[in-house]
Design a protein around this ligand. Sequence first.
Ligand SMILES: CC(=O)[C@@H](O)[C@H](O)COP(=O)(O)O
Ligand SMILES: NCC(=O)COP(=O)(O)O
Length: 248
Amino acid sequence: MELGVNIDHVATLRQARRTWEPDPVWAAVEAHLGGADGITIHLREDRRHIHDEDVRRLRELTQVKLNLEMAATAEMVDIACRVKPEMAMLVPEGRLEVTTEGGLDILANEAALKDRVARLADAGIVSSVFIDAEPAQIEAAERIGARVCEVHTGPYAHAFHAAGRDVDAPAVVAELRRVAVAGEAIRALGMRFNAGHALNYYNVQPIARLAGVRELHIGHSIVSRAVFVGLRAAVAEMKRLMREAAGR
Ligand SMILES: CC(=O)[C@@H](O)[C@H](O)COP(=O)(O)O
Ligand SMILES: NCC(=O)COP(=O)(O)O
């Protein structure tokens, strides 16, 4: 199981002063040295953290896989086709949201999304979609040609912390089961099962134990811990927890 480290919030800190530090490229290198298998960045339409120049420099200077999260717009697909990340993940975006609030509604926009995925595939980019753990969205993901589904783990994470980190609480068991069932459906349709959003050092292991999960994308929690222990150590600790959960 791989870890994609989302470094958006290194850029958030830089943008707090609109300066040049901390540099997301340095963060990507530190994450790589800590054991990250990939780097994830979300180029938001409002450019609130990661900027176009970061994407270009990360593509040029880092040696691990790049996963570019982006709104499913023609403009963003153009950027992805120029930069050529290994993977592009289509996410819903709201200007007023603090972070991504839910999965992509593929059913509501199937024809346009199919076209975006086809353009990415023509450029040699694997398409991923960020979706809620809902069977109809998974089936729609397969129809539009997505090769990967990242299941939104926010509801599970919220339930986990609302229950005082009690993994046996009924709401937690139910949310975890929804992610597991979604993972089975994704795999049954021949797609790659990834998961992410609001995962942290306390809630990651039940997700990392799910059958067939291939990548976890984790950002805010790792960058938060890095403030105190350094990014290399923060990434290494997350990898250790994931390996322990997977029994390796
Ligand atoms: C799609 C997802 O769950 C997160 O990667 C999120 O989109 C990151 O964006 P922010 O860093 O702006 O919250
Ligand atoms: N796609 C999820 C991601 O990249 C990281 O989300 P978060 O850990 O910052 O909530």
